[in-house]
Design a protein around this ligand. Sequence first.
Ligand SMILES: *Cc1c(COP(=O)(O)O)cnc(C)c1O
Length: 414
Amino acid sequence: MAKRGFTTQLIHADRQLNSPEFGGAHSSTTQSVLFEYQDAQELVDVFQGKKLGHVYSRSSSGSVSALQNMLNHMESGVGALCFATGMAAIASTLMALLRGGDHIIVSQFLFGNTRSLMQTLEDFGVRISYVDVTDIRNVVDAYAPDTKMVFCETIANPVTQVSDCEAIGKFCAENKLLFVLDNTMTPAYLFDAKNVKASLLVSSLTKYIGGHGNVLGGSVVDTGLFDWRNFDNIHAAYKGADDSQWGLTQIKKRGLRDIGATLAPDSASRLSVGMETLALRLNKACENALQLATWLNSHSQVKQVFYPGLAEHPQHFIARQLFSSFGAILSLELADHIDPVAFLNELNLVLSATHLGDTRTLALPVASTIFYENGPEARAAMGISDTMIRFSIGIEDIDDLIADFTQAFNQLGK
Ligand SMILES: *Cc1c(COP(=O)(O)O)cnc(C)c1O
């Protein structure tokens, strides 16, 4: 049978990968915290990892496992774990895998809270080199014999720098480094992470996967490309017969179980439903973003547009090779005489709100909000000016979005 399409697979994944109970065409949510075993020996075997099963829902449960199966299937990985939020997934993964004294290479263009988390890791003794990951030469220069990992995002927000993922993946493979990629901005429908040899994919499910601004979640997927036998931070207890599972086992035990930032079953169900329309929403949002970016780029009251789909974007060529479309985040510098906050107040359809990856188009002045705590120096290193506005483009009809921007520009031009 021919391989089915992306959405077909997702829509039918619950019946193919799991078995919904009592003939329900949609999966039900399973809420039980505890799991009963008729034979106590079976319970012992599950505890010891000799048999597959759930024992306590902080570590695993039905609806969360169903979502993990879908995410793993979507990325063609060897396993997935879900967490309460994207930050929980990133923090649990890094804290489970790194030790004080390790050296890691990290993108200098990072989601603000991830950047802050890196500072916590530094407080615990992890040594971090922050580099411009749009150019592989900076990663090569930062490499040291004790380097363990490279961490970056596919497309950084708000300036939309694109990491040179293919070159970084190749470099990591050659030097046996763990390549951890945050692909929140470019889920599997847009981007083939295995093609760039990523080892672990971390993601905020809160964004495009959930898609409707009504649930938080995070995930880590192991692509199966990294040889964990080369990673000396794996504890003996987690080195089972199948070495492809060593990393995830340690993340599950030391990260998910011990830190305890578990995804709730209700949230998992909501994320599974949201994910069914991932491709439909992304198609529309990315198409809107490209049209809007092109229109804004030639607008007299706009100084600069940051969007990887524009030919003058510094990584446009890399983006064309990596992604099937260019994402739905675009940032702007308005002409000098326009106050960004006043402009946002003139927009009627576009919401002034934090968050991204929603069905609605959202706008935010970034320096004074999500990157405020980072301070002027770190902002400058990320290319974030004081007047930059970030837009997360939604799935509205494009004519209505352009009409809203047009009337806002007209109001301010008066
Ligand atoms: C939002 C986001 C996160 C954090 O995810 P939460 O679900 O909000 O915790 C991490 N990385 C990127 C790139 C994000 O956009």
